[in-house]
Write a protein that binds this ligand. Structure first.
Ligand code: 76R
Length: 233
């Protein structure tokens, strides 16, 4: 057998979102064990009961060892869950926030999840537009850095109005998945998520340049509770 040396990110952690459906073969004990065996001092797994038809359950796994994240996927598949969607990304500090003090950088790169009391969860992938409109404007990537930085500063300003109410975990995925970021939001109430996303829609950085993929919404709980609530016996 080929050796499988550890593959990591040079900075921050790998993040794997898995969206799964139950199959008749699903086994509760095997799902609980897959999650338990993945979690250690450095690796976290969050389990979410998904609302709606897109999936039954979501797992957000993060940590340095990408083989460990892949093993979680394998174990969940062997436990009878069908992965119906997924997202691969990495924690990062935005290029527009290079001067964040270490006490703000560390939680961006090494978030300790879940945030206390925030059990409403949503995830969606997001990119910045590259197609220009007729007059040539509308392509984020042809804007000068200073303009992009200003727009992101405005974004951060409207975001800070939600400080404490929302935790955003923006993880980078350019080159490794279909969009450029995964956006994972945690709030106390479902409408906290709606309010922040609605507010951001008016930020120029989102209004003109943001494009989005599918949204997943659910309820965060320990894996046993999620198993009960989704009918995994
Ligand atoms: O890290 C920081 O807090 C610095 C300020 C900041 C940056 C650099 C910030 C703050 N964000 C940043 C970067 Mn954000 N964010 C989103 C979404 O739906 C949409 O329209 C967008 C999805 C939400 C809801 C949100 C919320 N942010 C980014 C980036 C990376 C851009 C890049 O690097 O080019 C994306 C894609 C993105 C998207 N943002 C905040 C929030 C909130 C609530 C804050 C304030 C956080 C706080 O101060 O606690």
């Amino acid at each position: 057998m080929l050796p499988s040396p550890e593959v990591t990110t040079s900075v921050g952690w790998g993040v794997l979102h898995l969206f799964c459906k139950l199959t008749p073969a699903a086994e509760r004990a095997a799902v609980l064990a897959a999650v338990d065996d993945t979690v250690d001092r450095e690796h976290q797994v969050l389990t979410v009961a998904v609302l709606g038809h897109k999936a039954d359950v979501a797992f957000m796994a993060l940590g340095p060892d990408l083989w460990r994240l892949r093993s979680l996927q394998t174990r969940l598949q062997q436990a009878g869950l069908e992965v119906v969607d997924s997202y691969v990304s990495m924690t990062e500090v935005s290029e527009y926030a290079p001067d964040l003090p270490p006490e703000m950088k560390t939680p961006r790169l090494y978030p300790q999840l879940p945030p206390e009391g925030k059990r409403a969860f949503c995830f969606y992938p997001m990119s910045k537009r590259r197609e220009a409109v007729a007059d040539g404007s509308g392509n984020w990537f042809t804007l000068p850095y200073d303009t992009r930085r200003e727009l992101m500063y405005d974004h951060g300003k409207s975001g800070r109005r939600f400080r404490g109410r929302i935790l955003q975990v923006v993880t980078g995925s350019t080159g490794v998945d279909d969009f450029e970021w995964g956006v994972t939001l945690f709030g106390e109430h479902l409408d906290d998520l709606k309010d922040v996303v609605y507010t951001m829609r008016y930020d120029e950085a989102s209004a003109i340049y943001g494009t989005f993929g599918a949204f997943y919404t659910g309820l965060l709980a320990d894996t046993a509770t999620v198993a009960d609530r989704i009918g995994l016996r």
